[in-house]
Design a protein around this ligand. Structure first.
Ligand code: ZN
Length: 87
């Protein structure tokens, strides 16, 4: 575990009847978008960081090439274009 002085997680002070406590803020991650057309990517986990971390690696992303980076349509057209140039 990281030393407490080196932690960079956002904190917020919460007043309780007996004392003021420091509470860590659980940040949310945004939806993944395609790098070519900007469409939302399916099958990519987003939301609270703790929720994303708890899911298994196979649940986080699809298992095909360029998953979490390009949508399936753009990948398909890219592969086709590359094959047509080389052949
Ligand atoms: Zn796309």
């Amino acid at each position: 575990m990281v030393r407490p002085s080196l932690r960079v997680a956002k904190t917020r002070k919460v007043r309780t009847p007996s004392q003021t406590k420091i509470r860590r803020i659980n940040k949310k991650t945004k939806k993944a978008h395609c790098s070519q057309c900007g469409a939302d990517l399916h099958g990519v986990v987003f939301g609270h960081q703790s929720k994303v971390r708890k899911t298994s690696k196979s649940e986080r992303l699809p298992t095909r090439v360029h998953a979490g980076y390009m949508c399936s349509r753009c990948l398909k057209s890219g592969i086709k274009a590359k094959a047509r140039v080389t052949s």
